[in-house]
Design a protein around this ligand. Structure first.
Ligand code: BJW
Length: 251
């Protein structure tokens, strides 16, 4: 990290962070656009995360989400998550603020001790009826997400209307939760530093959020081992894994 960036970070008291799948990669959660393994290697995540896929093959899509839940439950936050949680506490104690907006449906920021302002694409642990939208509590999956690919099983039925339960995530073609998106946009507009970590910057409208920083010339930092679709807009690019780069940035 350059001395110039270190000074930008030292002088920032309102920091807005946008995270994506890459921040959970070092915990063992596959990113969205990498090839899948095992039972799932014949499918792309992009093809499974759609209302059309759920309509055509509900058992397959449901079981994929239950398998991912099981996997997430078995992994731990990594140093990238804990660095953000620490930075959030430190800024908060000093009268500043660090907001975390994530595209991830996992709960690893929360388990690292951070407060998340917005889960733009929902939570993999929420469930609701695909027909009447009634929320439903379900037990955790009872198989090993790291090892055993289960046989596809049908999604359960809604206790209210008998409709089909679905994961509480945002699929392609669906609207993001408006409140979550608006809060994220507001914190980016009022930030004095914006950090974008572990996202390919491909999926809209989340990918456009950091670009709101350009309105006021707020410094933008990208943390990603690879160049992304939004790298050109960045003032600083830290090319490396977030488990190494975020502690270096925050501490
Ligand atoms: C590391 C690392 C390490 C690796 N450290 N980094 C133009 C304008 C507006 C909308 C559209 C548009 N064109 C098309 C659209 C529609 C669509 C869209 O954006 N499609 C694109 C494919 C082009 N968007 C939508 O449909 C959204 N809704 C919407 O726009 O509503 C209005 C509308 C309705 C109808 C028609 C048109 C508009 C909804 C998007 C919902 C996205 N949902 C998913 C699934 C969530 C549930 C689930 O998890 O199953 O969200 S898709 C998937 O992508 C998931 C992710 O949150 C999201 C973003 O992915 P992310 O996080 O960036 O991950 P990856 O895998 O792409 O990248 C990982 C990165 O990590 C890489 O860069 C690595 O290098 C890096 N990395 N290791 C740091 N150790």
């Amino acid at each position: 990290m350059t001395e110039e960036l270190a000074e930008v970070v030292r002088s920032a008291s309102r920091v807005a962070v946008l995270t994506g799948a890459g921040i959970s990669a070092e915990s063992g959660v596959p990113t969205f656009r990498e090839a899948q393994t095992g039972l799932w290697e014949q499918f792309s995540a992009e093809d499974l995360a759609t209302p059309e896929a759920f309509h055509q093959a509900p058992a397959l899509v449901w079981t994929w989400y239950r398998w991912r839940q099981a996997l997430i439950l078995q992994v731990d936050p990594n140093p990238g998550h804990t660095a953000l949680a620490r930075w959030q506490r430190q800024l908060g104690a000093a009268g500043g603020d660090l907001s975390i907006t994530t595209q991830n449906v996992d709960d690893l920021h929360e388990r690292a001790g951070a407060q998340v302002l917005a889960h733009l694409h929902g939570s993999i642990f929420d469930h609701r009826c695909a027909e009447c939208s009634q929320l439903a509590d379900l037990p955790e999956p009872d198989y090993d997400g790291l090892v055993l690919p289960p046989e596809p099983t049908d999604p359960p039925s809604c206790g209210e209307c008998g409709g089909t339960l679905r994961p509480g995530v945002v699929w392609f073609g669906e609207m993001l939760p408006v409140d979550a998106f608006d809060s994220a946009a507001a914190t980016i507009r009022s930030a004095d530093l914006v950090v974008v970590a572990g996202t390919s910057g491909i999926v809209q409208p989340a990918a456009s959020l950091p670009l709101l920083a350009l309105e006021r010339g707020t410094p933008l930092v990208e943390v990603n081992p690879e160049e992304t679709d939004i790298s050109d807009a960045m003032d600083y690019c830290l090319r490396g894994p977030s488990g190494t780069m975020l502690p270096a940035l925050a501490d």
